[in-house]
Ligand binder design. Structure first.
Ligand code: XMP
Length: 435
């Protein structure tokens, strides 16, 4: 293994991730593990040079005090205890300072003098270590991956192709609600360029059939989610000898879905949503990475920028942007107008500046004129928002010229559209998506 590691034991401090990132910023790889990690598990982690026992407000969980066992303190690894009453530990500080540079001042002597850790964390080493770990975990066995084309699953695919080659089978389900060019890019990058074992399933008709006449947004989401698992399962059952399921779980997914000490923010589709009767072991090589690190990992593995810097895209895809009951003509209008918006944002340099931008097509028409005659066609709504955590969002004040150019292209190039509107609503009261 190429990297040294610091393990942070989670006693419910809200600052665990901040500390993990501060350790990494000093060049040492770090992982956060549950406070009740066993000595055996700790010993199985590669190159652990030090432990940080990070206390916090959830020190009492469900009425019970939680603590780190004597066995862990006795494991012979240097311990830094913070905001934690532990007489057994070597170094102890009352609490973390507020400023980043002061946190570094606390960490530096611990990492480099006490633990003698080396600052050898970088993406090249991370990738090399993960390839090694995956090989150890999987051996000659076969692994299955649902490859959506999103950043996380794409990075997992690229990493596993390097680690186990054809023993990885990727399944890309096209539910017919993807953006223009997306399924083609997945096939091009993974099958043609990376030579992956890729099963491409065009299930568009099947999904659109199930969604016919369904106008309730929640119902639409449920149908798309359930059908997705069904199609994936059908493909999985056709394959033989699969023992492992790879997932693009990343650290924020774990935190949002609730750890032993953190409350659940929202259930995440990567965690816990597995088909129950399918007995797979999990391979999750990005488990300890933050989003920006996942992108860096993707670049290190040679994925194209357009895949690595892809904006967030909801699982139900364009299905929640084609409002009400989905029809093929309006779905096409969403897809084409979205492609124009993305092109124009890229041309104006806005793709790097705006967090999420897309188009929406409602299920009503308005009167207009085209070629000196009355038209009765759909509007397209533009949405462009900035946010830190998607819980609240503000509107990007777009340049008038850019808005004009986008509008002109949409009304002339997208069939069945005679009007363009710009949504000025922040979240709250709007959500980012319309459904
Ligand atoms: P809302 O519309 O709730 O969206 O303000 C917040 C962010 O979440 C994305 N989103 C989803 N992502 N599965 C996902 O993976 C979903 O079902 C889903 N619904 C919304 C949305 O695009 C925005 O970035």
């Amino acid at each position: 293994m190429k990297q040294d590691m610091i393990v942070i034991l989670d006693l419910g401090s809200e600052r665990n991730t901040e500390i993990a990132r501060a350790v990494r910023a000093l060049g040492v790889y770090s992982e956060i593990h549950p406070h009740d990690i066993t000595a055996e598990k700790l010993a199985s982690l590669p190159n652990v040079k030090g432990l940080i026992v990070n206390g916090g407000p959830n020190h009492i969980v469900d009425g019970k005090e939680i603590f780190v066992s004597d066995e862990i303190y006795g494991a012979g690894i240097p311990v830094l205890a913070v905001a934690h009453d532990a007489a057994k530990t070597g170094e102890k500080i009352a609490q973390w300072p507020d400023k980043e540079e002061d946190i570094c001042a606390v960490l530096k002597p611990f990492l480099f003098d006490t633990c003698k850790a080396e600052a050898n964390w970088n993406m090249k080493n991370f990738v090399a270590d993960q390839i090694e770990l995956v090989k150890q975990q999987v051996g000659e066995k076969k692994v299955l991956l649902a490859l959506s084309g999103g950043v996380d699953s794409s990075v997992v695919a690229a990493l596993l192709i390097k680690a186990i080659g054809k023993n990885l089978t990727c399944v890309h389900v096209n539910h017919g609600l993807l953006r223009k060019g997306e399924p083609e890019q997945v096939v091009e990058v993974f099958r043609n360029q990376m030579n992956a074992n890729l099963i491409y399933v065009d299930a568009s008709d099947r999904f659109l059939g199930k969604l016919k006449d369904v106008s309730d947004p929640e119902q639409k989401r449920k149908i798309i989610g359930a059908e997705f698992i069904r199609v994936f399962e059908e493909e999985a059952r056709k394959l033989e000898g699969i023992e492992f399921l790879a997932q693009g779980t990343i650290y924020p997914d774990i935190v949002e879905s609730g750890t032993k000490t953190a409350k659940m923010v929202k259930s995440h589709h990567n965690v816990g949503g597995l088909p129950e009767d399918m007995q797979f072991k999990l391979v999750e090589p990005l488990y300890y990475l933050f989003k920006d690190e996942v992108r860096a990992c993707g670049l290190e593995l040679g994925l194209p920028d357009s895949m690595v810097y892809r904006q967030p895209f909801p699982g139900p895809g364009l299905g929640v942007r084609c409002l009400g009951a989905i029809t093929r003509d309006r779905l096409e209008a969403v897809r084409e107008s979205d492609a124009i918006l993305r092109e124009e944002f890229a041309a104006a340099g806005l793709d790097k500046k705006v967090w999420q931008y897309f188009t929406v097509v409602p299920d009503f028409k308005s009167v207009g004129v085209r070629d000196n005659a009355r038209s009765f066609e759909y509007p397209v709504i533009l949405r462009a928002v900035n946010t830190i955590d998607a819980m609240t969002a503000s509107i990007e004040p777009l340049d008038w010229q850019v808005l004009n150019r986008i509008t002109n292209r949409i009304i002339h190039e997208v069939k069945g559209v005679n009007r363009v509107c710009y949504d000025l609503t922040p979240k709250p009261t709007g959500t980012i998506e319309w459904e």
